[in-house]
Design a protein. Structure first.
Length: 120
């Protein structure tokens, strides 16, 4: 997942209702609106994700829109999403988001282990 989508998903998972996390999140969203002007596809994807933050399909929809609009090439947006992630971490509301695509993938978190065994 790209860093912009990751930051937005993490902010929504942390519950961006108040404080500096909410301010940083709203700043990212406003900057995207400003930079894209009339292209609302990214904002529509964010709004839809806000309705169902756990939806993998809506997370993927946002990622697709971020990629199509090449937001990761916009240094202002990337920098602001880094600040958003810093706010999430410092607030203590950090949730870890992991996503993998493909076959035969194992994921582990918090010191655990994961393996893939193939019997052919």
């Amino acid at each position: 997942m790209d860093p912009i989508t990751t930051a937005i998903v993490a902010a929504l998972a942390a519950g961006v209702t108040q404080g500096t996390v909410a301010d940083a999140y709203n700043g990212v969203k406003q900057l995207i609106k400003t930079k894209l002007k009339n292209k609302n596809d990214v904002i529509v994807a964010i709004d839809r994700l806000e309705q169902k933050p756990q939806s993998k399909a809506r997370q993927m929809e946002l990622q697709e829109q971020v990629e199509e609009n090449q937001l990761e090439k916009n240094s202002d947006i990337v920098e602001l999403t880094k600040k958003l992630m810093d706010e999430i971490k410092s607030s203590g509301n950090e949730n870890h988001v992991m996503q993998a695509k493909g076959k035969l993938i194992a994921q582990a978190d918090h010191g655990s282990t994961a393996t893939v065994t193939i019997n052919r």
